[in-house]
Design a binder for this molecule. Structure first.
Ligand SMILES: Cc1ncc(COP(=O)(O)O)c(C=O)c1O
Length: 403
C-alpha cells in the first residue's frame, strides 16, 4: 500500500473538471479504493448519486439480470421495467405521470418545455406566457435551457446568448418572486434546498406561500429534486419533508436524476396528469431515456428506500450536524441541512479543505466557494459515521484550533 495515489490526467480528455489527483478502481458500501490499494471513506457519494453505497448488491443483481435479458428497444415500444418504474414513481409522489431522461439537466429541459407549452395553452392578456421565475444561486444543469435557468456568472459567462425568458428572484423571499411576475410568467422553478448553491435553505413558510401564489396566478410550481430527491433529506422527496416545507405543498412538476439509479444514468420528470397531457406524441423524446437497464436499477433503489432506511438518513444527519456544530472552530460559521445533505459554511474559501481531506482518506466536497458539503451514502453505520467525523475534525484542526 502506498500513500501516494497514482493519477495521470489523460491528454485525450477535455479539460473541464478540476479533478482531485486520485484514480479509483473499486468501491463497496461507503468505501472506495484507489489504484494503490488505499481505502477512502466516501462522504460524497459521487455527488449524491451512489446513495445506497458503491457496488450495491440488489442494484448490481437487477442490472446484471437485465443486461442479459434486454438492453434497449427505443421508446417506440413498451418495456416492463419502464412501466413498473413509472408506476412506482407516480404512486410514491403525487399520482402524476412520468417521462424518463438520462440526466438531471435533461429532466429540467423537459420541464421547461412543459412550462412553455402550459403557457401557450393558457395564455395571459398579452399572449402566450413563457417566462419562468428562477432563484439566485440556483443550479439546474449545463444544457442551454437548464443553464439559462442557472443565474450564476461562473456557469453562464462566455456562452451567450442564452435562452430568453428567465427572471431571477431572491431564494426564500416571496416579495421578490412577486416583483418578477409579469403577464408572460408561466412557471416557477425551484430547488427545495439549493445544493450547488451551498446547501441553502429557505424558511418552510416560503414554500407554502410560493405554492399559494402559483395556484392563485395559474403558474406551474416546478421542484428540481435532482439532488434533494431519492431519500437524500430523509424522506423519499424533499417536498414530503416537514423540516423543509409544510405538509400539503405539492409541486405540479418535479425533476429527478442522481440517486434515482444509484450510478446508472437515469432522470425523470414527474408531472400532474393534466400537465403531462400537454405533451402529445411527437412533442418530446429521448432515444435512451428510460431504457430497461437503468429502470431496473431505479426499481432496485426504490425497493431499498424503506421507511427504516429513511429514518436512518434523518438520524445520521442529525448526529453529523450536532457533532460538527459542537466543534467550535472559529472559521465555521454555520452547519445546516436536512438528512444527509449537509453544508458547513466557513468564513473563508473551503477549496483547500477538499485535498487535505483526501490526504486523510475521506471524500468531501466544497461548493459555493465557502461551503463544505457532505453527501454521505445512507448505508453508513454509526461507527463509520463517527470515524468519518473524527477524520474530518482532524482535517479542520490543520486549519485552526477550536475556540
Ligand atoms: C439541483 C440540480 N439540478 C440539476 C442538476 C444537473 O444534473 P446533471 O448533472 O445530471 O445534468 C444538478 C447537478 O448537480 C443539480 O444539483
Amino acid at each position: 500500500m502506498s500513500d501516494a495515489p497514482v493519477f495521470i490526467e489523460s491528454p485525450f480528455l477535455f479539460n473541464t473538471y478540476r479533478r482531485q489527483p486520485v484514480t479509483f478502481v473499486r468501491g463497496k458500501g461507503p468505501w472506495l479504493w484507489d489504484n494503490q490499494g488505499n481505502r477512502y471513506l466516501d462522504f460524497f457519494s459521487g455527488l449524491a448519486v451512489c446513495n445506497l453505497g458503491h457496488a450495491n448488491r440488489p442494484v448490481a443483481r437487477a442490472v446484471a439480470h437485465q443486461v442479459r435479458t434486454l438492453v434497449h428497444t427505443s421508446n417506440l415500444f413498451g418495456t416492463e421495467p419502464q412501466r413498473a418504474l413509472a408506476k412506482e414513481l407516480s404512486v410514491r409522489t403525487f399520482g402524476g405521470k412520468v417521462f424518463f431522461t438520462n440526466s438531471g439537466a435533461e429532466a429540467n429541459e423537459g420541464a421547461l418545455k412543459l412550462a412553455r407549452r402550459f403557457g401557450s395553452v393558457n395564455p395571459g392578456p398579452e399572449g402566450p406566457r413563457y417566462e419562468v421565475i428562477v432563484f439566485d444561486s440556483a443550479f439546474h444543469g449545463r444544457t442551454y435551457g437548464a443553464l439559462s435557468a442557472t443565474p450564476q456568472k461562473k456557469y453562464q459567462e462566455g456562452f451567450g446568448p442564452l435562452l430568453p425568458g428567465f427572471s431571477v428572484a431572491a431564494y426564500g423571499d416571496l416579495d421578490s418572486v412577486k416583483a418578477q411576475l409579469t403577464p408572460r410568467t408561466c412557471a416557477v422553478l425551484v430547488e427545495p434546498i439549493q445544493g450547488e448553491g451551498g446547501v441553502r435553505m429557505a424558511p418552510p413558510a416560503f414554500f407554502q406561500e410560493l405554492a399559494d401564489f402559483c395556484r392563485d396566478r395559474n403558474l406551474l410550481l416546478m421542484f428540481d429534486e435532482v439532488q434533494t430527491g431519492m431519500g437524500r433529506t430523509g424522506t423519499l422527496f424533499a417536498f414530503q419533508n416537514e423540516e423543509i416545507m409544510p405538509p400539503g405543498v405539492v409541486p405540479d412538476v418535479m425533476t429527478l436524476a442522481k440517486g434515482l439509479g444509484n450510478g446508472l444514468p437515469i432522470g425523470a420528470i414527474v408531472a400532474r396528469e393534466s400537465v403531462a397531457a400537454l405533451l402529445r406524441p411527437g412533442d418530446h423524446a429521448s432515444t435512451f431515456g428510460g431504457g430497461p437497464v437503468p429502470c431496473q436499477a431505479a426499481l432496485a433503489v426504490l425497493r431499498q428506500l424503506t421507511p427504516s432506511l429513511l429514518s436512518d438518513v434523518k438520524r445520521l444527519g442529525k448526529l453529523i450536524r450536532k457533532e460538527i456544530a459542537g466543534w467550535a472552530f472559529p472559521f465555521v460559521k454555520e452547519v445546516r441541512g436536512a438528512g444527509l445533505m449537509i453544508g458547513i459554511e466557513l468564513d473563508r474559501s473551503g477549496a483547500d479543505i477538499v485535498p487535505a481531506a483526501l490526504q486523510k482518506k475521506i471524500l468531501v466536497n466544497c461548493t459555493a466557494d465557502k461551503v463544505i458539503r457532505l453527501l454521505p451514502p445512507f448505508v453508513l453505520t454509526r461507527k463509520e459515521t463517527l470515524r468519518g467525523l473524527a477524520i474530518l475534525k482532524s482535517v479542520f484542526e490543520t486549519f485552526g484550533s477550536p475556540s
